[in-house]
Design a protein around this ligand. Structure first.
Ligand SMILES: [Zn+2]
Length: 491
């Protein structure tokens, strides 16, 4: 590969050259949604971040197997080891089957991702479809002595594990920090130590989703699914595991512990995490009333929104920040993104209008190289976008007649814009703007026909015929009616 892609590895806290274990194959696992509610801005960020990575790796010639799971069982309230399953609770409140809840929100998640032009992963496994694999993982950890049974549940023995290995190497925590921040009530009477976490839980009588196991009728702990499904589809060692920074602890820390305890070492080579989105400077939270779903953004129906924002505006807004920086949502910031995006799209449309000259007064050759350089630097999308804006200025100067470009340079410029804007950043022309344009064009036809009616009223047959004939030549069919006239465009 001619490119030297570097990515920031959370495990080593530094940027590292990306070298796949089995080039040209790349294995990539990203934690997907727990499907018990509509996707919000917090879901859009990891999806878009790892979509950018998926697109870029594929463009570089790698054969990427991208696994993004659907969590449909075992994720309890407050990400804890006690309490109700998030999906079962929703099912109880809505009087639905848990799998109806899963199917409904999964469909809606897919629809939102499609609107954001996020490519589907190669495999999208469900936690509930991999109970056997998760039971096997728990058995392996038990066999190696890093777990214990208590009242039909199996817990990971963090204290014992930490004597032999390092629990906290991803999050930078030590066991004392973990103990100080562990919830007091989390199955404490069953656990040897409050830092231990559940691998298998015996189902309480009210718990509706449960499966047989050697230990009890129950369900897997939340952290098991990603380790078990990663292993199944990507092998004991794979290249990239991604997710939001909020998953570093406990979820990904526990995943590392599970894989080391079951197979002797970590499965993952590069751990990648996207930063969070805040809303007007505060964290998003259902209780804070600032939880805006993607659909609410697309339709402008949340009280914090002053207008609707198209899916591409949301995508562009997210890509305008580096994935490891925080992003603060505000109407002003999104409106700025909306304007920026339309400037970029206008420049791309403008490219088609340019008539080449015999000489170039612009330098286009370096644009592609600069964009690649930014992508290779830990997917620095804001820098790519800044270079594209420079390119847009260049295009506007050529159109204004201040600069000239040769046919060869024009081809290079078009290819660069198409590659980075469409193929890699995943932006696209939106139908909305086409619809708006059609409405505006329709009004112009109405205006012309109004002039024709006036001309007829004034017995100015020459003008009225001219308007009619010219519209007919353009493909419009004009029909005079009692009220005036009607038109349609025959295509
Ligand atoms: Zn996960």
């Amino acid at each position: 590969m001619e490119h030297q892609l570097t990515i920031y590895n959370t495990l080593d806290r530094k940027k590292e050259v990306f070298i796949p274990l089995h080039a040209p194959h790349v294995g990539m696992y990203v934690c997907g949604p727990t499907v018990y509610g509509d996707a919000h801005l917090g879901h859009a960020r990891p999806a878009i971040t790892f979509d950018l990575l998926f697109r870029y790796l594929t463009h570089l010639g790698y054969k990427v197997r991208y696994v993004r799971n659907i969590t449909d069982v075992g994720h309890l309230e407050h990400d804890a080891d006690e309490g109700e399953d998030k999906i079962a609770k929703k099912a109880r409140l809505e009087q639905l089957e848990p799998m109806e809840v899963v199917q409904y929100y999964q469909n809606r998640y897919h629809k939102a991702m499609e609107a954001l032009n996020v490519l589907p992963p190669s495999i999208e496994p469900h936690a509930s479809g991999h109970i056997i694999e998760q039971i096997q993982l728990v058995k392996d950890i038990l066999d190696n002595g890093y777990a214990y049974e208590s009242e039909g549940s199996i817990y990971f023995d963090v204290v014992k594990y930490n004597k032999d290995h390092h629990y906290g190497k991803l999050s930078g925590r030590n066991l004392d920090d973990v103990l100080n921040t562990t919830r007091e009530l989390d199955g404490q009477n069953e656990k040897h130590n409050p830092a231990d976490f559940a691998l298998w839980k015996r189902a309480q009588p009210e718990h509706i989703m449960h499966w047989p196991s050697p230990w009890s009728e129950g369900f897997p702990g939340w952290h098991c699914e990603c380790t078990a499904m990663g292993k199944k589809y990507l092998g004991n060692h794979f290249d990239i595991h991604g997710g939001g920074m909020d998953l570093i602890f406990p979820h990904h820390e526990c995943e590392i512990a599970q894989s080391v305890a079951s197979q002797g070492d970590d499965m993952v080579h590069y751990w990648m995490h996207n930063n969070m989105i805040t809303i007007n400077g505060t964290k998003m939270g259902k209780s804070l009333g600032n939880f805006i779903t993607l659909e609410e953004f697309f339709q402008g129906t949340h009280k914090l929104l002053t207008q609707a924002y198209s899916p591409m505006t949301i995508r562009f807004f997210i890509l305008q920040a580096h994935y490891r920086s925080t992003v603060d949502f505000s109407n002003e910031a999104l409106q700025a993104s909306e304007k920026g995006l339309s400037r970029l799209m206008e420049a791309i449309t403008g490219l088609e209008k340019i008539v080449p000259s015999t000489t170039s007064t612009v330098e286009v050759k370096t644009l592609r190289a600069k964009c690649y350089e930014a992508m290779d630097d830990d997917l620095n999308s804001p820098i790519v976008i800044a270079h594209l804006f420079d390119g847009a200025k260049m295009i506007n100067n050529i159109i204004a007649g201040n600069d000239t470009i040769t046919a060869e340079d024009l081809k290079e410029l078009k290819e660069t814009f198409h590659l980075f804007c469409f193929d890699l950043l995943g932006l696209k022309e939106e139908n909305d703007s086409n619809e708006e344009r059609e409405i505006a064009f329709g009004k112009v036809v109405d205006m012309l026909l109004e002039q024709r009616m006036k001309a007829k009223a004034n017995k100015d047959w020459e003008t009225s015929d001219k308007i009619r004939n010219e519209l007919t030549d353009l493909g419009f069919e004009i029909k005079d009616t009692k009220e005036g006239c009607e038109w349609k465009l025959n295509r």
